[in-house]
Design a protein around this ligand. Structure first.
Ligand SMILES: *Cc1c(COP(=O)(O)O)cnc(C)c1O
Length: 464
């Protein structure tokens, strides 16, 4: 008891810490409040540890070190880059699509000064926010017109609100999807004021089901892509062509929530069920919506393409203003779409596509490099490489398996959970997965330039 009391008494005061030379030096360009916050937190943590009976020797130098590292965390942005060693290319938790460098350079130029965001340089008068990108997207997708909003969820909500409020929207029971926990077709439908009219069965919906459901209050025929699941066995659903033809015959708007919005042919990768935006537009469907940051590989955005008259009436809806995108997004999206003017270029320059199109040989070489760098650094662990499979992620291509190569780390002295945690907390954080009691680093999502950082992080984690 005495022991605890004297340990507590020996804890330095906040004031003592804040006056320490090292701390003062670290805080030179920052408000003192950060120092107070860090000092209080470290003292409180130590007090807690002493009270709980942990035998902590209270050394002021240790405390100063703790405060310094706590300041490092406090003074650096919370949202920061991580190394994605999971192999999941479109990882929603890790920020989905990484952007090409030159795309970011354009964004930076636009962001650091003024721009012609809503200014027509030819006329010297107010211009339109979306005019910069409209023709380009129309050209590449083959659509009559387009509109950009905050994300695909917003795009679906806006389209339903503008086109089917107070009317019935017919959807197949097999397509009442939920994406990422909070985007559910029935709930989005309810928000929009459209009335959900389910047809067919979970596994089979026929054209005649839609036909039979059409009445004078039908406002829309909706198709939704089963982005994150598949139905197998005895199934059938109505093609986009048939649905859009049915819409035309009855004078009803047809719409496709396409999800990923892929612009290149994934067939060479063995993926046969991811439709290309261009083909969907060609099918004659009135409205198609898709994400900017899934297989498209751009910034977060929702892209609405389709019939000019419909796009114009959607644009007039008050929600459009609430869901609009900023100049960063527009600039990035324009640069990304420009790359798509050349499909082959897109496969080499858009990071998401570049990763998915990586050759087995290139991945193997990268895995070998990482493993030999780890061995050379003399890390206290068994290191081996092997061929593995990964998935695209981001709720896209749930069935598609991509061949990849991984590096396994089996630590000698610490548990695999400990190394996983230490890597996650290192700077930059390295996010890896655990499988069969090994730490697995998947090189699909690791660039060669990150190898040194990973080796440092692993060496530190294993020696700490
Ligand atoms: C991903 C997805 C959404 C949501 O798109 P966000 O851009 O994440 O808002 C909606 N519908 C489908 C079919 C999707 O795949």
């Amino acid at each position: 008891m005495d022991d605890k009391r004297s340990l507590l008494r020996n804890l330095p005061s906040v004031d003592q810490i804040i006056k320490n030379e090292l701390i003062e030096e670290r805080l030179k360009e920052y408000p003192r409040a950060f120092g107070l916050m860090a000092a209080r937190k470290v003292i409180d943590d130590n007090r807690e540890r002493i009270r709980s009976g942990a035998q902590v020797r209270v050394d002021t130098d240790d405390i100063i070190r703790e405060v310094l590292s706590s300041l490092d965390v406090l003074l650096s942005p919370n949202l920061r880059p991580v190394i994605n060693a999971t192999g999941i290319v479109i990882h929603t938790n890790l920020g989905r699509a990484p952007l090409p460098k030159d795309v970011l350079q354009n964004v930076m130029k636009v962001a650091e000064g003024y721009s012609n965001l809503e200014y027509d340089l030819d006329k010297g008068a107010r211009g339109k926010r979306y005019s910069h990108i409209r023709e380009l997207i129309n050209e590449i997708t083959g659509a009559e017109d387009c509109l950009i909003v905050n994300n695909n969820a917003a795009a679906v909500l806006l389209c339903l609100s503008a086109l089917a409020r107070g009317k019935e929207a017919i959807v197949s029971r097999g397509e009442l999807i939920e994406i990422g926990g909070s985007f559910r077709i029935p709930e989005v439908m309810e928000q929009s004021g459209a009335i959900l009219k389910e047809v067919g069965a979970t596994n089979k919906t026929h054209l005649r089901d839609y036909e039979a459901a059409i009445n004078e209050n039908t406002g829309l025929l909706l198709k939704a892509h089963r982005s994150n699941f598949r139905i197998s066995g005895f199934t059938s659903d109505v093609s986009v062509d048939d649905l859009s033809a049915l819409g035309k015959k009855n004078g009803i708007v047809s719409m496709y929530d396409l999800g990923s919005g892929c612009l290149v042919d994934l067939n060479p990768l063995g993926i046969h069920d991811e439709p290309m935006v261009q083909n969907i537009v060609r099918s004659g469907i009135d409205i198609t919506t898709f994400s900017g940051d899934k297989l498209l590989g751009g910034p977060q955005a929702g892209i609405i393409v389709g019939r000019k008259d419909l796009i114009q009436s959607i644009q007039k809806h008050p929600l459009t203003r609430a869901l609009r995108v900023d100049k960063f997004t527009l600039s990035a999206l324009e640069s990304v779409f420009m790359i798509y003017a050349d499909q082959e270029l897109a496969k080499r320059r858009i990071p998401v596509l570049k990763m998915l199109y990586s050759s087995n040989e290139a991945l193997k070489i990268r895995a070998r490099r990482l493993s030999s760098a780890l061995k050379k650094a003399g890390v206290k662990a068994d290191i081996s490489i092997r061929k593995d499979i990964t998935r695209a992620g981001g709720g896209s291509l749930p069935d598609a398996e991509f061949v990849t190569w991984t590096v396994s780390v089996i630590p000698h002295k610490i548990s695999v959970n400990t190394i996983e945690e230490r890597l996650r907390k290192s700077n930059p954080p390295v996010i890896a997965r655990i499988s069969d009691d090994r730490l697995v680093l998947d090189v699909m999502t690791i660039s060669t330039s990150q190898i040194n950082q990973i080796v440092t992080a692993i060496s530190t984690a294993l020696s700490g």
